[in-house]
Design a binder for this molecule. Sequence first.
Ligand SMILES: [Mg+2]
Length: 271
Amino acid sequence: MKLVLLKHVTKILLSPPPPFSLHSFYRRRSSSSSSYSPPPSMSVPVTASVAGEGKVRLRGVVFDMDGTLTVPAIDFLGMYRAVLGDDRYAELRASGDPIDILHHIERWAPPEQQRAYEAIARFERDGLDRLQIMPGAMELCGYLDSNKIRRGLITRNVKDAVDLFHQRFGMEFIPALSREFRPYKPDPAPLLHICSAWNIPPSEVLMIGDSLRDDVGCGKRAGAFTCLLDETGRYGPVESLADDTRPDFKVSSLTEVLSLLSLHFDLQSNV
Ligand SMILES: [Mg+2]
C-alpha cells in the first residue's frame, strides 16, 4: 500500500502543478454540519471521526454522473424547449429560477407526462452516443480504490444510462442510484440510502457533482461533505454563494480532487 501511495505522491510531484492552489478551492464545514440533524441511525458527530492531525476520516465518495463522471453531452436547453414548449420555457427562463424539468412533469396529467418522458429519453439517448469519461475520473477512482474508499453514484438520469456507463468505462459504482429511486436529488434520501447501505455515517462521506442545486444541495442536506465541480467557473466565487448552498470545496477538474483528499482528509485509517 505504501508503494501505491508513494507512486501516487511521486506522480503528483513529477506532474506539472495542478491548475489550482489553496485559493482556488474553498473549505467550510461549520454551518453545513451544524445546520442539519441527520436521522438518528446516521447521527455520528464529526468530532468522533477526527483522526491523525485533526483531519476527518473519509470512507466514501458519491459522484453525480452527467457532467461529473462524464463530459456534458446532453443538450439540456433543447430538452427543456422540447418538453415545455418555447413560450413556457421563455417564461421560466425570465423568472430567473433554475428549471427542474422532472419536478415540472410530476404535476402533469399522465398523457402529457408520458410525452415529456419520451422527449427526455430521446435527448438522453443522443447524449449517450457522445458519452465520454471526464478527464481525471479514472485516476481518481484508482486512488479511491487504493485507499479503500468506497464509491457510489447518484444520478437523475435513467438506469439504462448508468448501465451503459458502467459497461463502456469498465468501472463500477456501488450502489448506483438512478432516477427510478425516489425521491431523487436534491432530496437527501438517495445519499442517506447509500450511507445506510455502506453502514457509514454521512459525516465520513463526500458528495461530488457539477450541480449546486442537485448535488451540493443533496450532500449538504444529508450532512455529508460537498465538492462542487465547476469546470467553466459559471458559479463564480464560492464567497458569493448563499450559506445554505455553499459547498465545502470547489474544484475546476476532477484531478484537483486527488490533492484535496490528501490535504484535508485522513485516508490512512482505511488501509
Ligand atoms: Mg450533473
